[in-house]
Design a protein around this ligand. Structure first.
Ligand code: NZQ
Ligand code: ZN
Length: 388
């Protein structure tokens, strides 16, 4: 039975290879001062920075520079962004980049007019914003997180060895997002496949829970099949526009709240991956791939029916003459083959994690209760050890 829910998606999307022009339609809705948020320089290399600066100038805007947002944005960078925004009285935060820029923009947006420390308020106490929120717009250059159409924002605190995500309310979602699949062509292969695995795992996190007949699970299966299919095309030809478009669009639908409606969700792979990320600063999607197989093999007996369905529907495993356990295991074997083929990390040690970090990573892992098995701390440690 579907649980009760409300649904609204507050982000306006512009999708396609001419979508940047719609920035001209959005900009007049906001004041003069635009904080231009970007990462380590990829947008300067591929020319997008110049195109955006021209559009901003043509629209009479004042550009407030805020570059250098790192992958896995830190609390120190967030504090800098808040200072820049306050000093320049900004009217719109325009994030140009991947999930890191977009997440960071949201964290700045809820902190500019708020006196309290954002780390304590949003990432330790998980409070909602009580101050005015500055609007965010996004021009996406990497497909993966879904940040372009959700209210999530993940910040890392290296001093406390914590990487924490806060899912805010719809008022924090980007007001608009521009998605041009061509912008993703310049991504290094490692980032492309990390993003692809992130998409796939977002769907798994919402799929592997509950036993009901739920429309969301049928949608999830279709999205998983699409991303697997397109990923195999994109690794052969990264400039295949159709495959990159499908990947980009799937990323958005994988985490814009739709497929979670009416059900509980798991999210333990993300909890394990984020904790490992706080210790290693590794690429987000790779932290997920490194822990996934040990985790799913461990919880499989507790959600056997769903793992059988996953094997048959997503991986075309034939059930004839096999036990449920065999079918489910074959599904995970097919998933593993696909992961190896696209080239994601298969262990935490590849990402720089070592045995002596396991206790710390386990302590930094939030244990959630929506999946098939609520883990104990010892089980978390065991799964992390198997992931090394
Ligand atoms: O910084 P630049 O130079 O732009 O390079 C970036 C960065 O090094 C590069 N890149 C992005 N687009 C490019 C490009 N390089 C060449 N051409 C392009 N078109 O890719 C690198 C990674 O970028 P990043 O934004 O860090 O990647 P991603 O989109 O995977 O975002 C990761 C962050 O999002 C969080 C993660 O935890 C991590 O902090 N997440 C946010 C979520 C959400 N809002 O709901 C959910 C996710 O599960 C995730 O936790
Ligand atoms: Zn993710």
């Amino acid at each position: 039975m579907l649980g009760n829910f409300s649904y609204k998606n507050a982000t306006k999307l512009y999708f396609g290879d001419d979508s940047l022009q719609f920035l001209n339609e959005e900009l007049p809705k906001y004041g003069k001062n635009i904080q231009l948020i970007y990462g380590g320089g990829s947008i300067k290399k591929n020319g997008l920075y110049d195109e955006i600066v021209k559009i901003l100038k043509d629209n009479g805007k004042t550009i407030v520079e805020d570059g250098g947002v790192m992958p896995n944005p830190t609390i120190e960078k967030l504090r800098e962004g808040i200072r820049i925004a306050r000093e320049n009285n900004v009217d719109l935060l325009l994030a140009v980049g991947g999930g890191s820029c977009c997440d960071y923009a949201k964290a700045v947006s809820v902190s500019i007019h708020c006196d309290e420390d954002p780390w304590d308020k949003y990432y330790i106490r998980f409070e909602e914003p009580t101050c005015e929120i500055v609007p965010v717009g996004c021009v996406l250059t990497m497909a993966g997180t879904g940040s372009e159409m959700n209210a999530g924002s993940v910040i890392t605190n290296h001093e406390q060895k914590l990487k924490v995500g806060h899912v805010f309310g719809e008022e924090v979602m980007p007001k608009f997002s521009i998605l041009n699949p061509k912008y993703t062509f310049s991504l290094p292969k490692r980032q492309m496949v990390a993003g692809i695995y992130d998409i796939f795992n977002h769907i798994c996190e919402q799929y592997f829970s509950g036993e009901d007949d739920n429309t969301s699970d049928y949608l999830s299966e279709a999205l998983m099949k699409s991303v697997v299919h397109s990923s195999l095309i994109a690794i052969e030809n990264p400039e295949d526009y159709e495959a990159r478009s499908n990947i980009m669009w799937t990323a958005t639908w994988a985490l814009n709240t739709l497929i979670a409606k009416g059900k509980t969700t798991d999210w333990m792979v993300h909890m394990l991956g984020q904790a490992a990320g706080a210790y290693t600063d590794a690429t987000h999607g790779m932290t997920l791939s490194a822990v996934s197989l040990p985790y799913y093999r461990y919880i499989m007996p507790y959600g056997l029916k769903k793992f059988v369905r996953f094997a048959e529907e997503v991986w075309n495993v034939s059930p004839s003459g096999k036990t449920d356990e065999q079918i489910a295991e074959e599904g995970l074997q097919e998933m593993e083959k696909w992961m190896r083929r696209i080239g994601v990390a298969m262990s935490l040690s590849e990402l720089g994690a070592t045995e002596d970090m396991i206790d710390g990573i386990a302590d930094a892992t939030f244990i959630l209760e929506g999946g098939y098995k609520v883990l104990t701390k010892d089980e978390v440690k065991q799964i992390l050890k198997e992931s090394l």
